[in-house]
Design a protein around this ligand. Structure first.
Ligand code: ADP
Ligand code: MG
Length: 615
């Protein structure tokens, strides 16, 4: 009686297999790296399990990886004594993909061009399937570390289904047997496999045997001194330990003795995986104590926003028997995280100053994390804020300035750091707000990102200078020298009163402003009101609960339209009202506060009709 069961791969897996089998021709050798890395993961899990479990199947088996080649049979076998898999785990882990990995992988491959870029695969949590680049068939013989597990073999040719069958006499762990395709027989040659292993096997934390010969010396490169390590080795270490395919954009390797003994090797990637739609990354700086891995993804070591940082932190001050649970609340771990965070922030600030162009390249992909840091990491807020970059009224399009540079060139009488949040440079420069700042020679930062508003409102100040939105009621620009004709004070006051009555529904206050140069009016958010950007976010979430805004309308008594409106309000109140409403809507539009642009159409038609009737 056959015990074989046949299963369909989940649709996402089929998609990945289709890509792997039909469109990847280059870098096929990486499948070895992926399978070795899975074996190492399984061994690492076994090591941790053994710390707490006494009842382990095959408890005496060594934690190592054995690779064997058979040129005659055309097979390559990769075996480990890791945790192995139960029947349910085979289905769960080798038949389905839980997260968005497959979609993200497909999208990334599209960018990689013809022939694909197989090295991408590990990054997307689908590394196992890379075996099908070279395999006619893959068999996974396994027994779980659990005593009640079964002796099993999983097998598939990659064509839509896999089978699971009983396979007596398995030892604990996994033995993956790959029957190589005709054009992939090279991977059954010992020297070929050896040279592939040579690139990274020393970073694997367990012994690797190739045809019964030890091929690696387990090496903790973070404990070595910098001049003993080549760039190539750093890169290989980075790529292997963080499953990465890119080059690190920055690298920080340091030793410290006080207040804690620390050996740290940190990398900042080149590609932001969250931009590939992979969802939120896990923390990726492993915590070690004297070369022994305590937690590969420690949650409370570095601040959350630093989850894009990869690498290793090793401290001999940690108790070796610290468990993952207790490390989360350990004061020592917290201290360790703080020291490393500060060091990294200082390092980045210096790098950014030394090579602004390189930093901007990095920033363009990772600014989200830095902004998240400013908004959430109170302890390090000021240091993180140094890493922010924005365009401004004094930069060219595409060039950026830091807050420190901004403060360094503030005018002597300038009271605050000014910014405007808007979708584009053009919106800001054609709008009414910046003109007054420009005429005073004050720089205005241009914030284009939705979350910028939130970032600056969390930051509040930098280097003792308040951050102020150009459209906030708090802005005080003092006197602006204005030439030319102006309404006198009495007329201005009565025009303001008239406007307040005529526009009662849309304005809280109408006043004459000094800060306008070329525009007739602008809208200011009253104190305590939501800013336009917050209002838009609220509206997106709860459209019915956000009322039409009431603004402070600041008019420019020197502007021709305003001067003539004053006269018209006496002679033709109806016509003047139309124009007043239009002035308000124009101001709301510039402020990003106009909810109903349609009403402008009807009104301008009325205005046109009146004009034409006089023609
Ligand atoms: P990832 O390693 O990123 O999780 P993979 O596609 O490489 O993705 O592997 C899928 C899953 O299969 C692993 O998470 C693990 O649960 C399981 N697996 C793969 N190889 C082994 C192995 N040698 N021993 C135990 N489990 C394994
Ligand atoms: Mg893997």
């Amino acid at each position: 009686m056959s015990t074989t069961t046949t299963h369909d791969f989940q649709a996402e897996v089929k998609q990945v297999l289709d890509i792997v089998i039909h469109s990847l021709y280059t870098d096929r050798e990486i499948f070895i790296r992926e399978l070795v890395s899975n074996a190492a993961d399984a061994l690492e899990k076994m090591r941790l399990t053994q710390l707490t479990e006494n009842d382990v199947f095959g408890a005496d088996l060594p934690l190592q990886i054995s690779i064997t080649t058979d040129e005659n049979a055309g097979t390559l076998t990769i075996a480990d004594h890791g945790i192995g898999l139960t029947r349910a785990e085979l289905v769960e882990n080798l038949g389905t993909i839980a997260h968005s990995g497959s979609k993200a992988f497909a999208a990334a491959l599209k960018n990689a061009g013809k022939g694909g870029d197989a090295s991408l695969i590990g990054q997307f949590g689908v590394g196992f399937y890379s075996a099908f680049m070279v395999a006619d068939e893959v068999k996974v013989y396994t027994h779980s570390w659990r005593n009640d597990g079964e002796h099993l073999v999983w097998s598939s040719t990659g064509a839509g289904t896999y089978t699971i069958d009983e396979a007596p006499d398995q030892v604990r762990g996994c033995r993956i047997v790959i029957t190589l395709k005709e054009d992939a027989k090279e991977f059954a040659q010992p020297h070929r496999v050896r040279s592939i292993l040579g690139k990274y096997s020393n970073f694997v934390g367990f012994p690797i045997q190739l045809n019964d010969e030890l091929v690696n010396t387990v090496e903790a490169i973070w404990l070595k001194s910098k001049d003993e390590i080549t760039d190539e080795q750093y890169k290989a270490f980075y790529q292997f330990t963080s499953h990465a395919f890119d080059n690190p954009s920055y690298r920080l390797h340091f030793q410290a003795d006080a207040p804690l003994v620390i050996n740290a090797l940190l990398f900042l990637p080149e590609q932001n995986m969250e931009l590939y739609g992979m969802g939120q990354m896990e923390p990726n700086v492993g915590l070690y104590c004297k070369k022994v891995l305590i937690d590969p993804h420690p949650k409370k070591l570095l601040p959350d926003w630093m989850r894009f940082v990869r690498g290793v932190i090793d401290s001999e001050d940690l108790p070796l028997n610290i468990s993952r649970e207790s490390m989360q609340d350990s004061a020592l771990v917290r201290k360790l995280g703080e020291v490393v965070t500060k060091r990294l922030l200082k390092f980045l600030d210096k790098e950014a100053q030394d090579d602004a162009k390189k930093y901007q390249e990095f920033y363009s992909k990772f600014s989200r994390f830095i902004k998240e840091g400013v908004a959430t990491d109170h302890t390090n807020r000021d240091a993180i804020a140094k890493l922010l970059r924005f365009e401004s009224s004094l930069t060219e399009k595409g060039e950026v300035v830091s807050l420190a540079d901004y403060v360094g060139r503030m005018k002597e009488d300038q009271k605050a750091i000014y910014f405007q949040v808007a979708p584009s440079r053009n919106t800001i420069e054609t709008g009414p707000y910046v003109e007054a700042f420009k005429s005073k020679g004050y720089e205005v930062l241009y914030l284009y990102d939705n979350i910028d508003e939130y970032v600056v409102s969390s930051l509040r100040e930098f280097d003792g200078k308040q951050l102020q939105a150009v459209n906030s009621n708090e802005v005080d620009l003092g006197d602006i020298a204005n030439d030319g004709d102006s309404l006198n004070e009495a007329d201005t006051t009565s025009l303001c009163d008239w406007l307040k009555t005529s526009l009662a529904e849309g304005v809280e206050e109408v006043r004459s402003g000094k800060r306008l140069v070329n525009s007739p009016a602008l809208a200011i958010t009253p104190d305590g009101e939501m800013t336009p950007q917050m209002r838009q976010m609220m509206k997106a979430m709860k459209p019915d609960e956000v009322e039409a805004p009431k603004v402070i309308l600041e008019i420019n008594p020197r502007h021709e339209i305003v001067r003539k409106l004053s006269a018209l309000s006496q002679s033709n109140a109806d016509g003047a009202k139309l124009i007043a409403e239009q002035i308000l809507d124009n101001a709301l539009l510039s402020a990003g506060l106009l909810d109903d642009p349609q009403r402008i159409v009807a009104r301008t038609e009325k205005i046109m009709a009146q004009l034409l009737s006089k023609a």
